[in-house]
Write a protein that binds this ligand. Structure first.
Ligand SMILES: NC(=O)c1ccc[n+]([C@@H]2O[C@H](COP(=O)([O-])OP(=O)(O)OC[C@H]3O[C@@H](n4cnc5c(N)ncnc54)[C@H](OP(=O)(O)O)[C@@H]3O)[C@@H](O)[C@H]2O)c1
Length: 354
């Protein structure tokens, strides 16, 4: 029995594939460009997995055509694939993130296996959902086009997809787990962090002196989860006999944003910002032409910096019963910043154990 993974070639997906194959589990990766299979296998092996246990299934979330009949018997479908970018066109984001997710959910149903579905931690922020005027009781009644304009296409499509997948799963009594990850931090040992990841942008802005003020207030934070903990959690959610239906993957000990920037700045040898810039003021500044590029900050990214605290007890219990330990987040932040410094110096010769 094999795992079917979408988004396998992405940052989280690569670490998940390393995790699964390191323990001998074969993986079928949905790949838009299967000619990349050989280099993808090498990447997974370099991360501590067994790349030879991976095979490609050619396919595109924008043109779903893969059927369960064409696949071997599946242990689970793990759906990570998404367009993850700021300033996306709404129709483009919807097609991949909403329609694509529904197609993968239907595939898991056809295959008669568990679905591990990856949404995002803001779905656990009730105040945020209310502010965005999402009708959580009857999501279909939400004014989605307005929400795409307000929240930006990435976040809106992730929210819409999660509500639509929840409806489908309930209607078909699907065996499924929803994992809601916080912003992903680097690998807790190697610090490995893709340059396209939001935390990398924050580190880069700090290193280049673009962050003179702390966005928000002393209560604001950007909750994090190390990529290796998330990969282990996803694998455990796929394998456990009866996992909780929803797992919020978030380290509640993540410091406030000011505290996080202080740790990163110390590792980078920079001065940490101390004064605050309220989010509405920053959002207004970012509406000025050219400023998002100059500050290397997209207005949409600000939503994830917020003061809400979350209840992670269910996940903490699942991590403990699955023997998964989360590395201290300060250590993870330092490892991520050190990895950034090494890549800037042109040396990526890390060992990246699973
Ligand atoms: N990173 C975070 O901080 C974070 C936090 C919360 C939730 N998440 C969620 O976690 C998931 C993975 O995130 P990530 O950070 O690993 O993203 P990523 O590095 O951008 O990877 C995205 C993956 O999706 C694939 N993909 C994109 N469009 C596709 C399409 N049309 N058809 C098939 N595959 C497609 C990409 O394939 P190619 O290699 O072909 O481009 C890639 O494998 C996403 O669902 C994201 O919303 C991420």
């Amino acid at each position: 029995m094999t795992f079917f993974v979408t988004g396998a070639t992405g940052f989280i997906g690569r670490h998940l594939c390393a995790r699964l194959t390191a323990s001998g589990q074969p993986v079928l990766a949905l790949m838009r460009d299967p000619t990349r299979l050989a280099s993808f296998r090498d990447q997974v092996t370099a991360l501590g997995g067994q790349g030879t246990l991976i095979d490609a299934v050619p396919g595109d979330l924008d043109h779903p055509g893969v059927t369960a009949a064409a696949l071997p018997s599946l242990r689970a479908v793990i759906h990570l694939g998404a367009r993850f970018a700021w300033r996306m066109d709404a129709a483009v984001a919807r097609r991949t993130n909403v329609d694509g997710s529904l197609a993968i959910t239907a595939l898991a149903r056809q295959a008669g296996c568990r679905l591990v579905y990856v949404s995002g931690f803001m779905l656990a922020n009730a105040a945020h959902l209310q502010r965005l005027a999402i009708n959580t009781a009857t999501p279909a009644r939400t004014d989605w086009p307005r929400l795409y304009r307000r929240a930006g296409a990435y976040e809106a499509s992730k929210l819409e997809a999660a509500f639509r997948v929840r409806d489908f799963a309930a209607a078909h009594a699907l065996d499924w787990v929803e994992v809601l990850p916080a912003t992903v931090a680097g690998h807790s040992r190697s610090g490995d962090l893709d340059s396209a990841q939001p935390l990398h942008t924050l580190i880069d802005n700090l290193a280049r002196g673009r962050l003179m003020r702390v966005p928000g207030s002393p209560a604001h934070w950007l909750p994090l989860v190390p990529v290796d903990t998330l990969a282990q959690l996803l694998a455990a959610a796929a394998l456990a006999p009866a996992p909780p239906p929803r797992l919020l993957a978030l380290d509640p000990d993540t410091p406030t944003l000011q505290g996080m920037l202080a740790v990163l700045a110390d590792t980078l040898g920079r001065r940490a910002p101390r004064r605050y810039l309220p989010i509405p003021v920053l959002a207004a500044l970012l509406r000025l032409p050219g400023l998002p590029t100059l500050m290397n900050t997209a207005p949409e990214a600000l939503h994830f910096i917020q003061p809400t605290r979350f209840d992670t007890r269910v996940t903490q219990h699942f991590l403990a019963t699955s023997s998964i330990t989360m590395a201290p987040i300060e250590h993870v932040l330092r490892a991520s910043a050190q990895h950034y410094l090494r890549t800037q110096a042109g040396s990526t010769a890390d060992t990246q154990p699973v």
